[in-house]
Design a protein around this ligand. Structure first.
Ligand code: A2P
Length: 285
């Protein structure tokens, strides 16, 4: 129902993942939207899904994508992402992962399998999520198809300036997840929705704090993935295109102190491939 409401109010890009257990309901909603005539063809939508860590092994990639497509009842994805630069032993789809299951990821061979998926026409494009500049460099050093996208946490409290510059130079589009800080989730933080500066700017402009965040991200030239189960807030979140932030407001936002909401210590282990957050993020934290 939420997806149908989102399509009704104008959303066309949906982001799911094997981990989220939302592929099947999204697939059902897409079928319903077609049946109800909300969209005329599946091509009107942009559908992303992600390879979970337990399938981040060369031979697991294609079967994982096929399962994702089956869940979604689709013939192709628009974008398929490596969810994390992390492999765990095959089998489980859960976060937190079991630390004893963490194994080194072979980026070269996993990326080759992603390329194969695109070559087969099962996805229009491929990319990554939660990758540092250094890990992107590793992929780029052997890739035949460069990643189209790096989907990362990005909001006014975690602006990703270094990564954005790097991705701009390499032609990799940044997608912002948690643009509002994903308050109340395992990967979220209250700091965004409680930021005094953002409150002040919102009040001065007669906009909501959420709209200020979304407009800010949009003005940075990134793709924004915002989540809401509420139809009014869905509409509000789309109402950011006929006004802008002033240079002074943007300057103040650019100077906010930075805090990463989701450092993802789940993937760090004394016996695993990443022994510290520094290693997981290559110092970009
Ligand atoms: P809800 O689903 O009740 O609207 P993020 O996109 O950073 O992951 O944040 C998602 C969270 O932000 C959800 O809890 C969502 O709650 C809430 N949210 C989405 N849009 C707005 C808005 N315009 N104002 C306040 N909260 C919002």
């Amino acid at each position: 129902q939420t997806i149908l409401e989102a399509i009704e109010v104008g959303y066309r890009h949906f982001d799911t993942a094997a981990l989220y257990q939302t592929e099947q309901p999204l697939g059902e909603a897409i079928s319903d939207a077609l049946r109800l005539g909300l969209i005329k063809s599946r091509d009107e939508l942009f559908i992303t899904s992600k390879l979970w860590c337990s399938d981040a092994h060369h031979d697991c990639v294609l079967p994982a994508l096929k399962k994702t497509l089956k869940n979604l009842k689709l013939e192709y994805l628009d974008l398929y992402l490596i969810h994390w630069p992390v492999s765990v032993k095959p089998g489980e789809y859960e976060l937190p992962v079991k630390k004893k299951d963490l194994v080194p990821i072979d980026l070269k061979s996993v990326w080759e399998a992603m390329e194969e998926c695109q070559a087969l026409g099962l996805t229009k494009s491929i990319g990554v999520s939660n990758f540092s500049c250094k890990k992107l460099e590793t992929i780029l050093s052997t890739a035949k198809i460069p990643p189209a996208v790096n989907q990362v946490e990005m909001n006014p409290m975690w602006q990703q300036k270094k990564l954005r510059k790097f991705c701009d130079e390499k032609g990799i589009l940044i997608e912002s997840y948690s643009p509002l800080g994903a308050k109340g989730t395992l990967w979220g933080t209250n700091r965004v929705m409680e930021c005094e500066l953002l409150k002040e700017i919102a009040q001065a402009k007669g906009k909501s704090l959420a709209q200020v965040c979304l407009r800010w991200a949009y003005e940075q030239g990134v793709c924004v993935l915002v989540k809401s189960f509420n139809k009014e807030r869905m509409k509000q979140n789309l109402d950011i295109f006929d006004w802008k932030l002033s240079a002074e407001e943007s300057r103040k936002i650019s100077q906010l102190p930075q805090f990463k909401g989701f450092p993802a210590g789940e993937f760090v282990s004394d016996d695993g491939p990443y022994k510290s957050l520094e290693e997981l993020w290559d110092g970009e934290i």
